[in-house]
Design a protein around this ligand. Structure first.
Ligand SMILES: [Zn+2]
Length: 62
């Protein structure tokens, strides 16, 4: 059994959990944490982006 003092230190966990502001999932990669958006929420969904014509703004949605 190796001496515990020779083992590499465990990197400290992030103190705050950054969650995606759209879906609320915890973000782990630095870029997503800076943007506060997960990879799947950063790019617009083609299905929802390609809505033809005018559309009323739904309350509670941005
Ligand atoms: Zn998300």
């Amino acid at each position: 059994m190796p001496d515990p003092a020779l083992l590499p230190p465990i990197p400290p966990a992030p103190r705050t959990t950054v969650r995606c502001r759209r879906c609320g999932r915890p973000l782990h990669d630095p870029e997503s944490r800076i943007l506060r958006l997960g990879p799947e929420c950063r790019t617009p969904d083609p299905a929802s982006a390609a809505v033809p014509g005018d559309q009323d703004t739904l309350p509670g949605l941005e």
